[in-house]
Design a protein around this ligand. Sequence first.
Ligand SMILES: NC(=O)c1ccc[n+]([C@@H]2O[C@H](COP(=O)([O-])OP(=O)(O)OC[C@H]3O[C@@H](n4cnc5c(N)ncnc54)[C@H](OP(=O)(O)O)[C@@H]3O)[C@@H](O)[C@H]2O)c1
Length: 281
Amino acid sequence: MATSFLKRYGPWALITGASRGLGAEFARQCAERGLNTVLVATNANLLQAEADSLKHVYGVEVRTIAVDLNREDPLQAITPIADSLEIGLLINNASLSKVSPFLSLTEAELVKQLQVNSRASLILTRHLAGKMAERKRGGIIFLSSGSALFGTAYSANYAGTKAYNLIIAESLWYELRPHGIDVLGFMAGPTKTTGWDANSPKTARFVKVMDVKPTVTEAWNALGKRPSLIAGKSNRLGYFFMGKMLSRAQVIRIVSGSMDKMFGPFDKSKGIKNKRGDSDA
Ligand SMILES: NC(=O)c1ccc[n+]([C@@H]2O[C@H](COP(=O)([O-])OP(=O)(O)OC[C@H]3O[C@@H](n4cnc5c(N)ncnc54)[C@H](OP(=O)(O)O)[C@@H]3O)[C@@H](O)[C@H]2O)c1
């Protein structure tokens, strides 16, 4: 299994947001399958620690690129390393995912989120897909989210970026197939990562928070077989039934209400997060 994976997507994988969370786990599972990895994120120390661990445990080669993807030309920092390697797998994973009322975020914060979550993925994909097409093989995964499927308050811009990632992935799934490139839009559900914890969620009985390992494993099973996948059986069932049985307005109310319960309460009049336990009336 590892050999055919290596043949199809090797010898190098480039993973953005690989310093922690799902990105670090994607890198680990790539290395486990024998792929050398290029790890991209802003925090050079965390990247180096991940690189040392992958080299030590799996004996693969690792390069790190410390770059802020919120820049006009993200390729400038990436191509000097990436273009000297045969990258057969791109994982567009880096993301900013702050849960907060839209009006509490500045224009600069919102644009940064758009750049990191979607624009950088677009630019990297255009660059690396061209090279994969020349070799007639490769894979690209866009990290999306269940919030891509329905409007989600307190995550409006984030949800928009994830919807972009989902639709570009599904479109390219069809279009790049004749070039030998497998593309997947991977909708992670609630997953225990530093990004998830940073939003200080309250535990909720109706939300199952997955670990990174089983989440990432689901992506490999779907890559090359389908255009997109929602991670987690209960998440798949939940979205399936909501989509079939409720109007979009009803689903948006339910999803947005649960965001408020889990990450708020948010003060709707002021656009801020109330202190835990305050009333949001
Ligand atoms: N965790 C969940 O519950 C969940 C649910 C649905 C979808 N997802 C999706 O899964 C992916 C990973 O999520 P996660 O929870 O693992 O995220 P995370 O823990 O917040 O990690 C985000 C990664 O992105 C990097 N990053 C952030 N800003 C960057 C920038 N400006 N330039 C370069 N790299 C940057 C971070 O590294 P540095 O800080 O070192 O830059 C880090 O490696 C995301 O696309 C997210 O939308 C996650």
